[in-house]
Write a new protein. Structure first.
Length: 461
């Protein structure tokens, strides 16, 4: 046995001896109420002390004497020994989800402490250990995620968020978006991209360049229409979600039927070809015949005095040349008509007239004499001589007879009757050679018998 072991055994034996000796002395000691000692220090001994009920009472102390001694304890005599240490917890222990308060006394001093938040994630929790208050900082919990699940064609997961507020730990569950699923969601996982096919030109449309695109086994692809040669095309298209292709001819070159473009017969040549991944065609009009080449004039002919010729007009109608004729006035033979100057012939006025006319498609003319006027009094310089002046008097200047002068003057015929100038004077018309004139004749100077010497009705009476 080593030295330390022997010392330990000796110390243990000494401790046992001390305990035994104390018990023996205690057993032999007298009760406080019969030992003639003022045990509680209140100036009174044994049975004289109010704390002793008999001489065998082992406690001389008296509760209420302001001295805590003898058998007095805070529990048995708080008046002398003070309030005992104590602790009570309103939430019943370490319960972080409930706001609690630990209250009681410690060393005769009251206390009251409520749980509170150390920060947004931890709480200071007050609790009791026997009669003593204790506190500790506790985490409200570690934020965590649940398993992924599907909602609204998207993947979500729930976040459990632990926090402290008002001295109480709590948790909330927040749905958190993870991923949108274009093709749907199953058991918290987005469905994979299905096989797809789309055609930009909408199908088998050789005249439009197109491309099919989509996914096969989640791998994207694109295939363009393309020309095998100048006349053939490989056309991609979709069927049942799959990309397919076929080779086809762009078409056979052709001519259209004949048609008219103005007066020209035309046929359209359509040339089909492949270029830049699409079939196309070009249309080229080709001249077959110019109907205007048939235009011309026929032989001249007469219509009355008009010399005419037919114009042959070539035209296009219904894709074929046709002709039509229409008369055109070439010459009006009457334009040759003419009249010469008047001249005298055989005592008459004559002139030469030329007439134009049409015969056998030609304009001809003839000239003949035309009588203009027969001259009674002769012809001079192509003009008939005028009537000579003349005068005749029916009463031979007799004032007693009403007479009349008449004749021609300046190629105009005239006639004048005698008339009364006043009641006694007559205006007697008379001929002075070939010139008519009148003179006044006084009826009063008349040497006729049986006259009244007055003028009545153009004569003296």
């Amino acid at each position: 046995m080593d030295k330390k072991a022997r010392i330990g055994i000796l110390l243990g034996l000494v401790t046992i001896l001390i305990i035994v000796a104390g018990s023996v002395l205690a057993a032999r000691a007298k009760p406080e109420c019969n030992d003639r000692i003022d045990n509680d220090g209140d100036g009174k001994k044994d049975l004289a002390d109010a704390g002793c009920s008999n001489k065998h009472d082992i406690d001389e102390s008296n509760c209420g004497d302001a001295v805590c001694e003898g058998g007095e304890t805070p529990s048995s005599c708080s008046a002398d020994c003070g309030v005992p240490d104590s602790c009570s917890d309103s939430d019943g222990g370490v319960v972080i989800s409930v706001l609690g308060t630990a209250s009681g006394y410690l060393n005769n001093v009251p206390y009251n402490n409520a749980d509170y938040c150390a920060n947004s994630d931890a709480v200071i929790e007050f609790s009791c250990s026997d009669v003593y208050q204790q506190s500790q900082q506790l985490s409200c919990g570690t934020d965590s995620y649940g398993s992924n699940y599907c909602a609204n064609a998207s993947v979500y997961r729930d976040l459990t968020d632990y926090s402290c507020a008002g001295g109480v730990c709590s948790s909330s569950t927040i749905p958190e978006f993870v991923e949108s699923c274009p093709f749907g969601c199953s058991a918290g996982v987005c469905n994979p991209q299905p096989d797809t096919c789309s055609d930009s030109d909408g199908g088998i449309i050789p005249s439009v360049f197109g491309a099919v695109s989509g996914y096969i086994n989640q791998v994207p692809y694109t295939n363009d229409d393309y020309c095998v040669n100048s006349d053939d095309l490989v056309e991609w298209y979709c069927m049942a979600g799959q990309a397919l292709n076929q080779q086809q001819s762009c078409g056979n070159d052709t001519y259209s039927g004949s048609y008219c473009s103005g007066n020209i017969i035309v046929k359209d040549f359509t040339d089909y070809s492949c270029g830049s991944g699409a079939c196309g065609s070009s249309l080229t009009p080709e001249v077959q015949e110019d109907c205007d080449a048939q235009d011309g004039y026929g032989a001249p002919y007469c219509v009355g005095d008009m010399r005419k010729i037919d114009f042959i007009d070539g035209s296009c109608s219904g894709g074929a040349c046709n002709t039509s004729s229409s008369p055109v006035v070439e010459e009006n033979c009457n334009l040759a008509d003419a009249v010469g100057q008047n001249y005298c012939y055989n005592g008459s006025v004559i002139r030469d007239r030329t007439n134009g006319y049409c015969s056998s498609g030609n304009c001809l003319n003839n000239t003949y004499q035309e009588l203009v006027e027969v001259c009674t009094y002769g012809c001079t310089g192509g003009v008939c001589d005028s009537i000579p002046d003349s005068c005749s008097d029916t009463d031979a200047d007799n004032i007693f007879t009403k007479g009349t002068v008449s004749g021609v003057m300046n190629s105009s015929q005239y006639s004048q009757d005698d008339f009364c100038l006043d009641g006694v004077t007559v205006a007697e018309w008379a001929c002075y050679g070939t010139t008519p004139d009148y003179f006044p004749g006084g009826c009063y100077a008349s040497n006729q018998t049986n006259l009244t010497g007055i003028c009545i009705n153009g004569r003296c009476t």
